[in-house]
Write a protein that binds this ligand. Structure first.
Ligand code: NAD
Length: 455
């Protein structure tokens, strides 16, 4: 069935049907209207999968998809337009252009933690660029996967966009198809599998992966604001956010002050009992619940630490005096546990960060311009923020993506369109002139003339 569907998409793409801007614009408008129409269903599904509220479904999922669609509708004709560039002397008389071509048939594989944003987010630029699309949501958020299937099959012909539900086995079958573009969001482990598959087809690949994203706080930072923004970025989605600050490194002399402010902020936003807060989501499944609980060392808990397996609930938890050798520092946490490490001297930070290569995000709270510039120059990371967490994600003018272990390629706004299309360089030549020196027989005069023109 997958092969038949794949062939029908290839045929549809080859017919040229997706290439006109009018077709793409209409598809995006249809998508927008269908999402709006079905917001209640989308809310119910995400609540049933991991207790995410309607407010957060809008603020962290649907609003970003709506902005992507609006931005694409507004800018598509500029993004897709052929661009004139300078022509060199060897091509005189002529003119040169860059065209933007869709890849063809694209496969988008999503993660479960933002089940709409991480599937529809890349779907928008894939459609805008003129591709046909197979969309594979994560099986770990089954209600969201089902509702995406329902809505998208009402909007699109399967020849254009189709949702395939299923687990790793289904994904493996998908990966055997010769897609022209592979776009994957998930773990580095599966990212390697996807990249291997893409290499079999010599296809373009974008990987949006994870990692341990550090959050550095210097003694001269605005600590109250740092605590506020760290708590928001860390405990949003109960820490199940790829760009959540994974751990904090703070200068020793303000450690206690920062910890106290963080604790106060947790109490302020989630109350005494976070399980009663509408803004606090559950862990996605038992396996992740057990994994995250296993990372908590109760002797190092500063605040939180309680968990309820029945409800898949883990309290917002902060650990202090954490060392690099602790379990919590061995893997991406992807849950509501915040380890805090302290350093005597801010220069130690560089070595500490290097223990986890290529973080997806980095956050720095400081008022020192010099230190900020040092960190930004010397540390490779996907993207990040100075004096904030997570918010770089919502600026569509910034490319979003990782580097090395945290991914390759980027998307959002125009970067998304670029991600799902390729540049095709073409020179238009006039026919009234042709340099004789291009042609044999070659002689020393032609060589001299060529060197004169080139050098
Ligand atoms: P995952 O890698 O387990 O799964 C992602 C997708 O891969 C799912 O659709 C799943 O069905 C499929 N898959 C799983 N095992 C497979 C296999 N053996 N072969 C083929 N396909 C397989 O990731 P996850 O648990 O859904 O998400 C968590 C990870 O994703 C974290 O590392 C997180 O940091 C990362 N993430 C990154 C971003 C980003 O934008 N960079 C966003 C969200 C999550």
């Amino acid at each position: 069935m997958i092969t038949t569907l794949f062939n029908s998409q290839v045929q549809f793409f080859n017919s040229g049907a997706t290439l006109s801007l009018a077709f793409r614009v209409q598809a995006l408008k249809k998508l927008y209207k269908a999402l709006k129409r079905n917001e209640n269903l989308l809310n119910e599904a995400i609540f049933s999968d991991f207790g995410k509220s309607a407010f957060e479904n809008y603020s962290t999922e649907l609003s970003t998809v709506y902005s992507e669609i609006n931005e694409a509708l507004y800018s598509l004709s500029f993004w897709a337009a052929k661009r004139k560039v300078k022509t060199n002397l060897a091509n005189f008389p002529g003119s040169s252009y860059i065209f933007r071509d869709p890849f063809g048939t694209a496969l988008i594989i999503g993660a479960w933690n933002y089940p709409y944003q991480l599937t529809l987010g890349p779907l928008v630029p894939a459609i805008a660029a003129g591709n046909t699309v197979f969309l594979k949501p994560s099986e770990l958020s089954p209600s969201c996967s089902a509702v995406l299937k329902k809505i998208l099959s009402e909007v699109f012909d399967e020849k254009h966009v189709v949702v395939i539900e299923g687990d790793a086995g289904v994904t493996s079958t998908l990966l055997n198809q010769p897609f022209d573009k592979f776009f994957f969001t998930g773990s580095p482990r599966v990212g390697k599998i996807v990249m291997k598959a893409a290499s079999e087809h010599l296809a373009s690949v974008t990987l949006e992966l994870g990692g341990k994203s550090p959050c550095i706080v210097t003694a001269d930072a605005n600590l109250a604001m740092a605590a506020k923004r760290i708590v928001w970025g860390k405990f949003l989605n109960a820490g199940q956010t790829c760009i959540a600050p994974d751990y904090v490194i703070v200068e020793k002399r303000v450690e206690q002050q920062l910890l106290t402010l963080i604790k106060q902020q947790i109490l302020k936003v989630f109350g005494d009992d976070a399980s009663a807060s509408e803004a606090y989501v559950r862990i996605i499944n038992q396996r992740h619940f057990d994994r995250i609980c296993g990372l908590i060392d109760s002797s190092k808990v500063f605040t939180g630490g309680k968990a309820d397996a029945q409800k898949l609930y883990i309290e917002p938890t902060v650990m202090r005096d954490v060392k690099l050798s602790d379990a919590v520092m061995q893997e991406e946490i992807f849950g509501p546990v915040l380890p805090v490490l302290s350093v005597e001297n801010r220069d130690e930070v560089f070595d500490l960060i290097r223990n986890h290569r290529n973080p997806l995000a980095l956050y720095l709270f400081t008022s020192s311009r010099k230190y900020r510039n040092q960190i930004l120059q010397r540390v490779p990371f996907g993207g990040g923020a100075v004096n904030d967490t997570v918010m770089h994600f919502v600026n569509p003018n910034l490319p979003f993506g990782g580097v090395g272990y945290s991914g390759m390629g980027s998307y959002h706004g125009k970067y998304g369109f670029d991600c799902f299309s390729r540049e095709k360089g073409v020179v238009y030549k006039a026919t009234w002139f042709e340099p004789f020196m291009k042609y044999p027989p070659y002689n020393s005069f032609k060589k001299w003339l060529l060197k004169f023109v080139v050098e």
